[in-house]
Design a protein around this ligand. Structure first.
Ligand SMILES: Cc1ncc(COP(=O)(O)O)c(C=O)c1O
Length: 393
């Protein structure tokens, strides 16, 4: 089926090569998937208990299609408390992960070669779903020379009469960079000028190292903005598949989109009921696990960055959010490899170090490889020794 040919997901594709390498008996160092729950970060006991309790207490039914009402209220309170933004519970829709929220939004915005502006390099799902809905993902440049901040001249140039929305993702996957407040405000202003909504993927909002997260909705007076977030990363619940989207829409410009997406949500029945009831516990008793995780990750970031930047032929911007490094490999200087995909596969096959080739994140990802820094220091040390030797050879 032609429609399905658009789905390319380098993050999983490289995992297939890794499986083969592992079968051959070689140890694989997984720096490819952004799943903290697969490393030494443990989901807090009270969260797991709440999930089990929800089932034992009989919450095993289909939930409300838009989300369990108490959870929507709690999420609304949470947004107020964290970012001082006013989003009423009926402007919140609970989804099966941010992944489903992206699906819903592109389903509601894109058809017939319409365009969506997305950051380049890009999280692959934005590209995949835009194409799936017969649209065109248009990447605006994140400027590596300027710490991967968006190039707003490029962004502006790429707005056309087919553009439906501008998407931002900060802290960003794959670059790990959080945009400055000034930059976010600048993009919101451009969106306002062209009467476009902003989509803001905020899944890494709580995983930040050097400065606090600025919530884009708090900077928007009248520009409509849809925020996307979830429980996967900060709350170590990737496998629960729980996320949400919220509409910041002071002038009610998104009513039609909102109604359309609600219909789609009803058709797919609901997000996991037990996960939603357990999420109430996460929001009411979050504990300190996120801070502890961020503290550990910061050390791992510093170590990884330090090792990477000392390797000749590699340059890297220091990430200040999420858990990715996106170094650039100077293949002209290194000689050996044709491109980032050939390099990443060769590295994996020869050393067991598994990163994701940058071209899997679109045009602007070429010549890069994405590595996570979720693994512990001992593993990271082995990985960077292996990488250093591999490049020297
Ligand atoms: C930027 C970004 N958005 C969305 C997702 C998907 O998250 P979820 O687990 O909530 O579907 C990811 C997962 O890695 C991501 O990096």
């Amino acid at each position: 089926m032609k429609r399905l040919q658009v789905f390319e997901y380098a993050i999983r594709e490289i995992a297939t090569v890794a499986e083969k390498v592992a079968k051959s008996g070689k140890r694989v160092y997984h720096l490819n998937i952004g799943d903290p729950a697969k490393y030494d970060f443990k989901t807090p006991k009270n969260f797991s208990q709440a999930l089990a309790d929800a089932s034992f207490e009989g919450k095993n039914f289909y939930a409300n299609s838009l989300g369990v009402p108490e959870l929507r209220v709690e999420l609304s309170n949470n947004l107020k408390q964290l970012y001082n933004i006013d989003v009423s519970a009926d402007n919140i829709l609970v989804t099966t992960g941010v992944s489903e929220a992206i699906f819903f939004l592109l389903a509601g915005l894109i058809e017939n070669k319409n365009e969506i502006l997305i950051p380049g390099p890009s999280y692959p799902l934005y590209i995949n779903y835009a194409k799936f809905f017969d649209g065109v993902p248009v990447e605006y440049e994140l400027d590596e020379e300027n710490d991967w901040e968006p190039n707003t001249d490029d962004l502006r140039k790429k707005i056309s009469n087919k553009t439906q929305a501008i998407l931002i993702c900060s802290p960003n996957n794959p670059t790990g960079v959080m945009y400055s407040e000034k930059m976010i405000k600048g993009i919101i202003d451009i969106a306002g000028e062209y009467n476009l909504p902003v989509l803001s993927d905020e899944i890494y909002d709580q995983i930040v190292y050097d400065k606090p997260f600025t919530c884009p909705a708090s900077l928007s007076k009248d520009v409509p903005l849809i925020g996307l977030n979830g429980f996967s990363k900060a709350h170590l619940a990737t496998g629960w598949r729980l996320g949400y989207m919220y509409y910041h829409d002071p002038e009610n410009k998104l009513e039609e989109l909102k109604e359309g997406i609600a219909k789609l949500a009803r058709a797919r029945i609901s997000a996991s009921s037990i996960a939603q009831y357990a999420a109430l516990e996460i929001l009411r008793n979050p504990g300190t696990h996120t801070n502890e995780m961020v503290k550990k990750l910061k050390e791992r970031r510093d170590y990884s960055y330090d090792r990477l930047r000392k390797i000749e032929g590699i340059t890297c911007v220091k990430p200040n959010g999420a858990f990715y490094l996106f170094p650039k490999f100077n293949f002209k200087e290194l000689g050996e490899w044709k491109d980032d995909k050939e390099f990443a596969i060769d590295l994996l096959e020869k050393t067991g170090v598994c990163g994701v080739y940058g071209s899997g994140f679109g045009e602007y990802g070429k010549e890069h490889v994405r590595f996570t820094f979720l693994a512990n220091k001992e593993i990271l040390e082995t990985v960077y020794n292996l990488l250093e030797d591999f490049i020297k050879k």
